[in-house]
Design a binder for this molecule. Structure first.
Ligand SMILES: Cc1ncc(COP(=O)(O)O)c(C=O)c1O
Length: 381
């Protein structure tokens, strides 16, 4: 059976050179990086080289990169430590953040009485900067703003430079979940004045279970995990050396080829939009995902014009045809477990309809898109 993978925003396939580097590391560099003998020192050297490479690309200092188990841990680290160690009393965030942020905020409110304020969004889920400004102007104590750079469901891109400037103007800290942007866009952190951000390797052809937090120098965060003094005391636990090596290779590969690959993937997205609109003229695009300039080139989120009953079987039907994508809806019949993101941008009858997120990588082709469009056309009719 034909198999096509359009779920790269969930996770990407691991690139061959990453697998090779990780395998070599597992075979040869098994020393504990905390050991002082030669085996340990060569493992440690791999970690520090990775840190240097990543920092150079982001235009920051290696000391500002803390390896973690991925995006969720990096987000949790920043938010929890900001409240616990920096005296943050209020977090300003949005209703369309990843659960790594949303659920962390809820837990911080429960445990520490942290005030959680939400910025207003427009009908497409775009953050209203005026609303952020008004919230910042209303001084309720030390504040952290946490707003994601690229939304993982809608693809909306936040103007993080403008948000960073506002935060500086009002003396607030700024954390951005950059899991869907770093690895897909050039981000120069010497210019974009975020204090913290979170990155995950498996979103750009690296391994799962590794990522990093960027933490601007002297911000005063502290480890949430106690143990050895790894990561200069910011994150205890023996480092996952092979994963960090995989992250390093994936990161280098992605940025060495960024212009060529992002142009190719953007063309795929444009082709998808063109063909699906021809095949199903009443299809809608959720959030900004149909706008090639104001959403990430890596994904599109469709609202299919089908009944609620048919909505239930769409993913199953696509799976039968070997197509992998993500399904969401604002409201699923008989359950309250709809997408918290879609429920912010869909209204009325659209809330019952199925939304499908197709997300792309350099490994996809136009032929695969033709196949998906044919299958979707048949399903809708
Ligand atoms: C925007 C965003 N933040 C955080 C995460 C969590 O990252 P990880 O899977 O590395 O824990 C994801 C993953 O889906 C994501 O898309």
């Amino acid at each position: 059976m034909k198999r096509v993978y359009f779920d790269s925003a969930a996770t990407t396939c691991v690139s061959e050179s990453v697998v090779n580097a990780m395998t070599a590391c597992l075979m040869n560099d098994y020393g504990n990086p905390s050991s002082t003998h030669g085996f340990g020192r060569s493992s440690k050297a791999l970690i520090e080289q990775a840190r240097k490479n990543i920092a150079k690309q982001l235009n920051v200092s290696p000391a500002e990169i803390i390896f973690t188990s991925g995006g969720t841990e990096a987000d949790n680290f920043v938010l929890n430590s900001a409240v616990r160690d920096l005296g943050v009393k209020r977090i300003i965030t949005s209703k369309i953040e990843h659960h790594a942020i949303g659920h962390s905020c809820e837990a911080l409110h429960e445990c520490f009485d942290t005030i959680i304020d939400y910025v207003s969004l427009d009908e497409n889920g775009c953050v209203q900067l005026e609303s952020l400004k008004a919230l910042l102007a209303d001084n309720k104590g030390k504040t952290l703003v946490s707003l994601m750079h690229v939304n993982n469901e809608l693809g909306n891109i936040l103007d993080i430079e403008a948000v960073a400037d506002l935060c500086q103007q009002y003396g607030a800290l700024f954390h951005s979940d950059t899991v869907q942007s770093i690895g897909h866009y050039n981000v120069d952190l010497s210019k974009v004045k975020v204090d913290f951000c979170a990155v995950s390797a498996h979103k750009f052809h690296g391994p799962k279970g590794v990522g990093f937090a960027f933490m601007r120098k002297n911000t005063g965060l502290n480890s949430l995990i106690f143990g050895g003094g790894q990561e200069r005391g910011y994150r205890a636990g023996t480092e996952s050396v092979h994963n960090i090596v995989g992250l390093d290779v994936a990161y280098k590969e992605v940025y060495d080829n960024l212009e060529k690959d992002s142009t190719y993937v953007k063309e795929l997205k444009a082709y998808f939009i063109q063909e699906i609109t021809k095949a199903i003229p009443t299809v809608k695009f959720n959030g900004m995902s149909g706008d090639l300039e104001r959403s990430t080139y890596t994904l599109v989120n469709l609202l299919l014009p089908v009944s609620a009953q048919k909505a239930l079987i769409v993913l199953f039907q696509l799976d039968l045809k070997g197509i992998a994508c993500s399904k969401g809806s604002a409201c699923q019949s008989g359950s309250s477990k709809g997408s918290h993101v879609l429920s912010e941008v869909l209204f009325g009858d659209d809330m019952q309809k199925p939304s499908l997120r197709f997300s792309f990588s350099k490994y996809n082709t136009k032929e695969e898109i033709d196949y998906v469009v044919d299958v979707l056309k048949e399903f809708v009719s």
